[in-house]
Write a protein that binds this ligand. Structure first.
Ligand code: ZN
Ligand code: ZN
Length: 459
């Protein structure tokens, strides 16, 4: 039996016990137990018995696919006194609508079990975390793939009036990951997990950029965990052919660490940036015509590759920022003040997104003194920004090459994303999400066009 170590996970849990961090925050994780590795089902059965006794009543949610991948076997392993099974149709995958979540919550309230359990890694886990909050009951998650980082997050992706939104949820108290289950998951789920990890490079870059320019809090510790575990998983993936179990085990750890990093920091900042804004847009409008590739992590990976030429043209060695000479702060502030409000220039194709955009934009209050401070900071910090951006971008390009070698479907052609949907969210990254990125930086300097042109050239 192979032995796997989980250095990031162990250290993260030790570090986030609520002690004050150098960033000024006190990071705290909801108490969580991760049962990871071979024999996880039997260990979880013992844990269940200890916590809830032999007469425990459980409500277990799965879909037909996750039921046959793990649900039936897990229920057999725990032999709890009283299990109510709710199995959703598996093909097509269930849609996590608010209506479905509410119906399930009503069902759970009526049954009043001791514990709710979700068997599944995506939709099922999102639904169970939401039901758990609504019904005020703890939840466990039995993972079926290493493709998402949401297990440990206090948010669920729920479809509200046609749009995926992150809504408050209750993080899982116990996460059960049996490598025998994970190793049998379809390969595209493994690739999706890796694709989601590519985002950590741009997330790290943009977060540090924001800290330098806007003074946003950057946490070296949280950021280090998110990027470090992604690096380790991508390294292990390179050795996939010779040691698939080690690759999956590192990927599972990275997905968990990324989720906990978000929970500890209180936002998705450590793990998601412009690539997630673009991928979320594609997910929401169902842009990927190739349904077998319509997975969060695949879209995130493809969006990362799509945006990289823009980041490189702007923040790379010979990029726009490196060539920036004198900055006339006063003139730039005047130009930004003269800009028409977003309502006046919104692309017609984004009309259905008006409410989302309005919500994001109302938080963004920029006055003259703030603009001035940002531009001055930028002029002062330019060299430091370039010094961390360039190696990160080079590393990301290498990581993408490795994933390409494993057969990651990066091409928007392959995903069958229609031409008009490709650049639409890219042009509007700043509107769709109030999160400072390289797009804002370029915009504030009046040079967003350079960034967009380089992305369009590769499209
Ligand atoms: Zn911190
Ligand atoms: Zn993601």
């Amino acid at each position: 039996m192979a032995h796997h170590s989980y250095p990031f996970l162990d250290e993260l849990k030790a570090r986030f016990g609520g002690q004050r961090c150098p960033c000024g925050k006190a990071h705290r994780l909801a108490p969580v137990e991760v049962i990871l590795g071979e024999g996880a089902f039997d260990s979880s059965a013992r844990g269940l018995l200890q916590r809830y006794g032999s007469g425990a009543s459980l409500w277990v949610l799965s879909d037909e696919r996750t039921e046959s991948a793990a649900g039936a076997r897990w229920k057999g392993a725990v032999r709890a006194g009283n299990i109510s099974s709710r199995i959703l149709p598996g093909d097509p995958s269930p849609v996590p609508t608010l209506e479905l979540a509410q119906a399930l919550s009503a069902e759970v309230r009526a049954l009043a079990p001791d514990l709710v359990v979700g068997v599944g890694s995506g939709v099922v886990s999102d639904l169970v975390k939401k039901v758990s909050l609504d019904a005020d009951l703890p939840n466990w998650c039995v993972a079926t793939a290493a493709s998402v980082d949401a297990y440990g997050s206090a948010m669920s992706a729920i479809r509200l009036a046609g749009y995926h939104r992150a809504v408050p949820a209750r993080p899982s108290e116990v996460i059960v990951c049996d490598l025998e289950v994970i190793v049998r998951a379809p390969r595209r789920l493994f690739l999706a997990g890796l694709g989601d990890l590519l985002a950590k490079y741009l997330a790290s870059l943009d977060w540090r950029l924001a800290a330098r320019v806007t003074g946003e809090t950057y946490c070296e510790v949280v950021g280090g965990f998110a990027l470090g575990s992604a690096r380790r998983a991508i390294d292990a993936a390179r050795a996939w052919e010779s040691d698939p179990e080690a690759a999956l085990s590192a990927l599972m750890e990275a997905a968990l660490v990324s989720g906990f990093a978000m929970q500890a920091f209180g936002s998705s900042r450590p793990a998601a940036s412009a690539e997630h804004t673009v991928a979320h847009f594609w997910e929401t409008v169902g842009a990927a015509g190739a349904t077998e590739h319509d997975l969060h992590g695949i879209l995130v990976g493809a969006a990362t590759k799509f945006l990289l030429p823009g980041y490189t043209a702007w923040l790379g060695a010979a990029g726009g920022l490196a060539r920036l000479e004198k900055l006339d702060v006063e003139e730039r502030v005047l130009a930004l003040e003269r800009e028409a409000p977003w309502q006046a220039t919104l692309e017609p194709a984004l009309m259905p997104w008006r409410r989302v955009i309005a919500e994001e934009q109302q938080r963004k209050v920029l006055d003259r003194s703030m603009m001035t401070r940002r531009l001055q900071a930028l002029a002062r910090e330019k060299d430091q920004i370039l010094a961390f951006a360039q190696p990160l971008l080079a590393e990301l390009a290498e990581a993408m090459e490795s994933l390409e070698g494993l057969g990651f479907p990066f091409s928007l052609e392959t995903l069958r994303i229609a031409e008009p949907q490709r650049l639409l969210p890219v042009r509007n990254v700043r509107l769709l999400r109030d999160r400072y990125t390289a797009f804002d930086l370029a915009h504030e300097l009046g040079r967003e066009g350079e960034l967009l042109d380089s992305i369009a050239a590769g499209a």
